[in-house]
Design a protein around this ligand. Structure first.
Ligand code: ATP
Ligand code: SF4
Ligand code: MG
Length: 367
């Protein structure tokens, strides 16, 4: 049984004027001790999925409108607010995307760490301070006693991220959700923070969901990955298999737009043309259709289910893809369809798919 199981999660932001279809039936599992990746471009629903798991969706607009969230056989959607508060930190912790907005600007690092520790453990002030010092040292913060007296804005981005990690790990959670923990950092600090996370989760057997839009980070850090697009998981499987044999055109696009050290210097980077769909409109057809080179007529009207594909890794997690026309191995390697005479299906008449509302603003057509 997975430590965390997310089944058909649906999250919407509703205001009087509009509804944002942020997460549209996401399913994923995390086993104890494993690091799984969640990848996809900006706005695809990575953070909202993790905030839903933590039951920290922005109120009043954000709501879980469907699906099941099970952690260690407990239904998270049914826990009371106080039960959820106890769970957060002590069993599930999160490193938020932006440390500056999640650290309190008017409290020192020491006050925040001590408060976090004392909220969950029966220790006095002095003992909590000692633990805070030890934690900062364990995440590589030099001169920890001095840092405890500092406010968040007095620390560099890398230091703030380390403080966030130390806070998240203060209570030895069983699951850590790290939402873009290194995006705001320069490359050398990024490598240090990732190495630190890798060491800490392996030392404590902590399960981790690592959220990023960087396929390089996914390759180096995770054993399993789910690729998200427009609030859907469009492909998932063992990381090595997904990199070798991607079976969704969006994943193929992500891999071809990523620089690779082992590729010839003249290999061009191929961006995914066009824009993601407007999530204020209810999904119709495959969300990737307007940008897809493999598109069939059915893609405009019917969204494919996430289903096992022929090739599967020997572990128990199957390779799944949501696509009516998955790329072959050769096509995935070339980054385009190679079917004699094939032309991506043109957009049908407006009336068929409500083009004006959903696809109308997407001008680019990569045919
Ligand atoms: N408070 C909110 N009110 C309305 N819509 C929201 C709110 N928060 C997020 N959204 C919308 O939900 C969708 C998913 O956002 P989310 O923050 O999960 O994206 P993301 O994949 O984490 O992107 P990024 O890589 O930029 O962090 C986006 O369309 C976003 O505009
Ligand atoms: S082939 Fe069709 S179903 Fe597959 S990603 Fe392209 S548009 Fe979507
Ligand atoms: Mg995000």
């Amino acid at each position: 049984m997975a430590l965390l199981s997310v089944q058909d999660l649906v999250v919407r932001f509703r205001t009087r004027r509009q509804t944002v279809h942020a997460v549209n039936g996401v399913s994923l599992d995390v086993e104890a001790g494993e690091t799984m990746g969640l990848v996809g471009e900006s706005g695809c629903g990575k953070s909202v999925t993790s905030l839903a798991i933590m039951r920290l969706l922005p109120r009043p607009a954000g709501h879980i409108e469907g699906g099941a969230l099970t952690f260690d056989q407990r239904d998270l959607t049914r826990l009371s607010e106080s039960e959820m508060r106890r769970l957060r930190g002590s069993e599930i912790a999160m490193i938020f995307q932006d440390p500056m907005t999640s650290l309190n600007p008017v409290l020192t690092i020491g006050e925040q760490l001590v408060e976090t520790i004392r909220a969950h453990r029966r220790v006095d002030q002095a003992e909590a301070r000692d633990q805070a010092l030890a934690l900062l040292r364990s995440v590589g913060v030099g001169d920890a006693a001095d840092r405890l007296t500092r406010y968040p804005h007095q620390l560099s981005g890398g230091m703030r991220q380390r403080v966030m990690i130390s806070m998240a790990l203060a209570l030895r959670p069983r699951l850590l959700i790290a939402d873009e923990p290194t995006t705001a950092l320069d490359v050398t600090v990024q490598a240090q923070v990732l190495e630190l996370l890798r060491r800490l989760v392996s030392e404590h057997q902590t399960a981790m969901i690592l959220i990023t839009h960087d396929m390089g980070v996914i390759a180096g850090m995770t054993t399993r990955v789910s690729v998200m697009y427009a609030g859907f998981v469009v492909e998932s499987g063992a990381t090595s298999e997904l990199f070798e044999l991607p079976k969704h055109p969006y994943t193929v696009g992500l891999l071809h737009s990523m620089p690779r050290l082992d590729a010839p210097i003249d290999r061009p980077l191929v961006p995914i043309e066009g824009l993601p769909p407007d999530l204020r409109q209810a999904p119709v057809g495959c969300p990737f259709a307007p940008r897809c080179r493999w598109r069939l007529p059915i893609c405009w009207t019917n969204n494919p289910p996430l289903a096992p594909i022929g090739i599967s890794s020997p572990d128990k997690h199957p390779h799944l893809s949501a696509c009516w026309s998955p790329p072959t191995e050769a096509e995935a390697a070339r980054g385009r369809p190679e079917r004699p005479g094939f032309v991506a299906a043109p957009m049908p008449e407006r009336s068929t798919i409500r083009r004006e509302s959903r696809w109308g603003r997407l001008r680019s057509d990569p045919r």
